[in-house]
Design a protein around this ligand. Structure first.
Ligand SMILES: O=C(O)c1cccc(C(=O)CC[C@H]2O[C@@H](n3cnc4c(=O)[nH]cnc43)[C@H](O)[C@@H]2O)c1
Length: 207
């Protein structure tokens, strides 16, 4: 999102970027767009990662919305005999970005989204065991998707805040393509986007 559009002061200007699937593609596309905008003297104020995602039952049912209060890389690290070690445990980088709390709360209030951690994975969860393991490691997780952390890393490199909003298209767990409800999730996302402009308009970046 860029600063208020003088031609349309009621709505903040927004640009939509289709950034690919997975954290690497999303990070690369986002970083490129942010760098180009900065070089052109028209930098963005905020980056929003959005799309469909898997929801952890029973808290995030199919068709519901989740807004992230934490955007967390769930499989960035090392497997050890004692279990998974996040990359921070190896002495590198970070595994979580926290969106601005006031913006998260306002978006949740406007859209009815549940607030919780959205995990970023490179491999879609396909078993009940993996779903349970993720939930045990991240008790606040409501959803998983594949891009948020990559987008957040690109935003952070430009000193920008990030939001992640997901519409649940399928449960996280055993693979069951017949259970996907992509149409319902996209309809929920479309409706939520209709409520986004006033939320952004009321947001004070320095909150
Ligand atoms: O083939 C499968 O089993 C499978 C299961 C879930 C999602 C996919 C995709 O190819 C969708 C990738 C796309 O959608 C987001 N997404 C949607 N549901 C999930 C999920 O349960 N876990 C992770 N990502 C999900 C993701 O952000 C991608 O953009 C295939």
């Amino acid at each position: 999102m860029s600063p208020g559009n003088p031609a349309s002061p009621a709505s903040p200007a927004a640009e939509i970027l289709v950034a690919g699937v997975g954290p690497a593609a999303a990070a690369a596309a986002t970083a490129r767009a942010l760098a180009l905008a900065e070089a052109a003297g028209t930098p963005y104020d905020l980056v929003v990662s959005t799309g469909i995602g898997g929801g952890f039952a029973p808290d995030a049912p199919v068709g519901s919305l989740v807004v992230a209060d934490a955007v967390t890389a769930a499989d960035l690290g090392a497997e050890t005999p004692d279990g998974f070690l996040p990359v921070t445990g190896l002495g590198f980088g970070r595994v979580t970005h926290e969106p601005p709390p006031a913006l998260v709360a306002a978006l949740a209030a406007a859209t009815g989204a549940a607030v919780g951690t959205v995990l970023t994975v490179s491999t879609v969860t396909g078993t009940a065991e993996r779903a349970a393991a993720l939930r045990a490691r991240h008790p606040g997780a409501l959803a998983e998707a594949m891009e948020g952390f990559g987008v957040a890393e690109a935003a952070a490199a430009h000193g920008l805040p990030v939001l992640e909003l997901r519409a649940v298209s399928n449960p996280v767990g055993p693979r069951d393509r017949a259970a996907w409800r992509i149409g319902d999730a996209l309809a929920a996302l479309t409706e939520a986007f209709g409520k986004l402009a006033p939320v952004l308009k009321g947001w004070n970046r320095h909150d």
